[in-house]
Each structure stands twice: as structure tokens, then as C-alpha cells.
Design a protein around this ligand. Structure first.
Ligand SMILES: *[C@@H]1O[C@H](CO)[C@@H](O)[C@H](O)[C@H]1NC(C)=O
Ligand SMILES: *[C@@H]1O[C@H](CO)[C@@H](O)[C@H](O)[C@H]1NC(C)=O
Ligand SMILES: *[C@@H]1O[C@H](CO)[C@@H](O)[C@H](O)[C@H]1NC(C)=O
Ligand SMILES: *[C@@H]1O[C@H](CO)[C@@H](O)[C@H](O)[C@H]1NC(C)=O
Length: 217
């Protein structure tokens, strides 16, 4: 029991020293894709090992300031200082026990020109003004499922094309066979008429000529 607590305490100290106390994160996904016209959540959280007081935060788009504000402490909500009509703070449930503070913002009705880099910056005066940031890329697209739809269309086109081609091949084959047959029949007729007299095999030529119309296609 005591060992566990000691271990946890040491781990805590270890994390504090390794991560330089203040850690800012935009989550696992470094690129967020969103549809033109939609609202998008730009995720950002920070942890401060020794806690924070009047932390200053800001969001940057490429290299221009998009939004900025302050957070008094972990039990209070962020307050905007450099406000922006296109940026909203989502309703965040404050977790008193959580080491993580959620600084996500919502960018309203995105346009293609909003594609680019978004950086979340946090400054903690309690840590001698330590400042850290994390960046994500936003990609505004016409349609999210576009790739799948295109793929489906390509597959449908290929399958349709192959079936069409097979039908065409069958038709052409049938036509060629029909023409060849007709030609052969004509040749046979010629043979019958021209060399039939020379043929000494009894009635064979005649019977052949009689059989002519029977098998068709
Ligand atoms: C993108 O959105 C803007 C407004 O949000 C709209 O005017 C435009 O037509 C949209 N373009 C496309 C390709 O959807
Ligand atoms: C932060 O808040 C947003 C909006 O409520 C939520 O969608 C997101 O999951 C939160 N992030 C974390 C890491 O809790
Ligand atoms: C923002 O940066 C991205 C590349 O990171 C660029 O494609 C885009 O045009 C920039 N947008 C503006 C408005 O500067
Ligand atoms: C983010 O941090 C890096 C290095 O820590 C720094 O060079 C960069 O200027 C910071 N960006 C912003 C927008 O503060």
C-alpha cells in the first residue's frame, strides 16, 4: 500500500520533471478534416503539474491570433479577452479531479480559406511564465465521403464496362458466326452448282443442298 503511494508520488514527480510541468496537447489526430460550411471543434487540453493560476491561452491560425483568453483556475471557465465572432467556447464539464484542463474551441461555419495550421498556446504564470503550444492542421473539404463515393462510382463503372464489353463480345461473336455461316452456305451452294456435276458420290451433293435450311444459328 505505502509502496504504491510512494510509487505514484515518484511517478508524479518524474512526469513533472520530464514534461517540464506544463503540457499542451491537441490530441492524437494531427489533421482534422471537415466539410465546408460546418462547425468544427479544435481540440486542446493542457496539464500543469504544480497547478495553474490565471493561465493565459491563445489560438493562432497560421501566424495570426484567432482567439485569446484567460483561465483563473481549474474550477473556473475560460474567459475570452481577444474575442472572435467565429470562435465559441463549448460547454465543458469541469472535472475537479482531472489534471487536464480542456481549452477546445469551436470554429463556426468553416470555409476553404480556413484550411491551415491551428496552434493552441498556454502560458502559466505560476510556473515562471512557462509557455507551451501544440499545433494541428485543419483541412476543409467539399464532401467528407467524397473518396468513398468516387471509389464506388469507379467500381460501378468498371463492372458496368466489363459486363457491357462481354455482351458486345458475345454479340460480335454471334454476328461473325452468323456471317461465316451464311458465307459457308453460299460457298456450299456454289460448290453444289459448280462442281456438283463432277461429284460422283451418289446424290450426296443433292442431299447436302436439301439439308441446307435446317440448322440455323
Ligand atoms: C462552401 O461554403 C460556402 C459558404 O459556407 C458556400 O458559399 C459555397 O458554395 C460552398 N462551396 C461548396 C463547393 O460547397
Ligand atoms: C473537450 O471539450 C469538448 C467539448 O465539450 C469535448 O468534445 C472534448 O471531448 C473534450 N476533450 C477532452 C480531452 O476531454
Ligand atoms: C495557412 O497555411 C496553409 C499551409 O500551412 C496554407 O495552405 C494556407 O493558404 C494559409 N492560409 C492563410 C489564410 O494564410
Ligand atoms: C510554439 O513553440 C515553439 C517552440 O517551443 C515556438 O518556436 C513557436 O513560436 C511557438 N508558437 C507559437 C504560436 O507560440
Amino acid at each position: 500500500m505505502a509502496g504504491g503511494w510512494l510509487g505514484a508520488a515518484l511517478l508524479g514527480l518524474h512526469l513533472c520533471s520530464v514534461t517540464l510541468a506544463l503540457d499542451v496537447s491537441v490530441g492524437k489526430a494531427t489533421t482534422i478534416s471537415t466539410q465546408n460550411g460546418s462547425d468544427v471543434l479544435l481540440p486542446c487540453t493542457f496539464t500543469a503539474c504544480i497547478g495553474f493560476e490565471n493561465a493565459e491561452f491563445s489560438w493562432w491560425f497560421n501566424s495570426t491570433k484567432l482567439y485569446a483568453g484567460t483561465v483563473r483556475n481549474k474550477n473556473s471557465k475560460p474567459v475570452c479577452k481577444h474575442c472572435n465572432p467565429r470562435v465559441e467556447l463549448p460547454e465543458v464539464t469541469l472535472h475537479k479531479d482531472s489534471r487536464e484542463y480542456n481549452l477546445s474551441v469551436i470554429l463556426l461555419s468553416v470555409d476553404f480559406s480556413d484550411s491551415g495550421k491551428y496552434t493552441c498556446v498556454v502560458k502559466n504564470p505560476k510556473e515562471k511564465g512557462a509557455e507551451h503550444n501544440a499545433t494541428l492542421s485543419l483541412l476543409v473539404v467539399v464532401e467528407l465521403e467524397k473518396v468513398d463515393k468516387t471509389l464506388a462510382k469507379i467500381i460501378a463503372a468498371v463492372v458496368g464496362g466489363v459486363i457491357g464489353l462481354l455482351i458486345l463480345i458475345l454479340l460480335v461473336k454471334k454476328l461473325i458466326l452468323f456471317i461465316l455461316k451464311k458465307k459457308k452456305e453460299k460457298n456450299n451452294e456454289c460448290l453444289v452448282s459448280s462442281s456438283g456435276n463432277d461429284n460422283t458420290e451418289n446424290g450426296l451433293a443433292g442431299s447436302k443442298a436439301d439439308r441446307k435450311p435446317a440448322p440455323k444459328a
